[in-house]
Design a protein around this ligand. Structure first.
Ligand code: PEP
Length: 253
């Protein structure tokens, strides 16, 4: 039985006070580890303050991105070691905004995933097709390409620290959500690919999150699908009430 994971990606939102307030409220809600894993990914600059706010709780802390080299002339970048030292145990990599707005390639994301796992961090690898790719019938080919390139340096021993998020680009921040059939079918396909890449034990143990306009009113039906093991939430993770409602939906399915 895979434990559900609800992850909040705050993107480039919150000021310092809001970040600490939101994190503290979640920490109060998740004082002890419940039936669901809860994770938040604040902007880099609030990571240490948020780490302090959630210190004595079960809330997990992720960075939204990282650079794969350990140090050096990479102006504006933040290394995985720095993030670890600041308190992160997790990192989100390959988010669609990094792929499409910042033009990160499949190869770069693969290097980052390998470096993150080598640094003993847990990694959420995001994959997802654009609307045009879906309409052209290319969804599975795109998911295969992004998944396999993302895992190129991921050895079987590291897969226990891997989570995959299926986030159709057309559903992120748009209010459009994949239907339960679309989400389940993509997740089942990805799980199958993971079995081909590693083995069926790894495929069965790995968690697949759905992301794309998850809200309190659609979270339960999405997470009730057999291959949907949680959610990666953007907008609805910025308010305590809606994020807690999604966590409770995950606990209730
Ligand atoms: C995301 O940022 O990963 C995301 C899914 O955003 P939203 O929930 O706002 O669509």
């Amino acid at each position: 039985m895979r434990r559900k994971l609800v992850a909040g990606n705050w993107k480039m939102n919150t000021d310092r006070g809001e970040a600490v307030e939101l994190a503290s409220a979640l920490a109060r809600h998740c004082e002890a580890s419940g039936d669901v894993d809860v994770l938040i990914a604040p902007p880099f600059v609030w990571i240490e303050a948020v780490a302090t706010a959630i210190d004595s709780s079960a809330v997990l802390l992720a960075a939204q991105n990282a650079w794969h080299e350990p140090s050096g002339a990479f102006t504006g970048e933040v290394s995985l070691e720095m993030l670890k030292e600041a308190g992160c145990g997790w990192v989100i990599l390959g988010h669609s905004e990094r792929r499409h707005l910042l033009e990160e390639s499949d190869e770069l994301i693969g290097e980052k995933v390998a470096a993150g796992l080598a640094e003993d961090l847990s990694v959420i690898l995001c994959v997802g097709e654009t609307r045009a790719q879906r309409e052209a019938g290319e969804t599975e080919a795109v998911l295969d390409r992004q998944l396999l390139a993302g895992l190129v340096g991921c050895e079987v021993e590291s897969t226990s620290r891997l989570v995959v998020a299926y986030e159709p680009v057309w559903a992120i921040g748009t209010g459009l959500t994949a239907s339960t059939d679309q989400a389940e079918s993509a997740h089942a396909h990805l799980r199958n690919q993971l079995a081909n890449r590693y083995n069926s034990e790894v495929a069965e143990a790995t968690r697949f999150l759905y992301g794309g306009s998850v809200k309190p009113d659609n979270a339960s039906e999405l997470m009730r699908q057999p291959n949907v093991d949680g959610a990666l939430v953007g907008g609805a993770s910025l308010a305590v009430d809606s994020f807690v409602a999604i966590i409770e939906a995950a606990a209730g399915v």
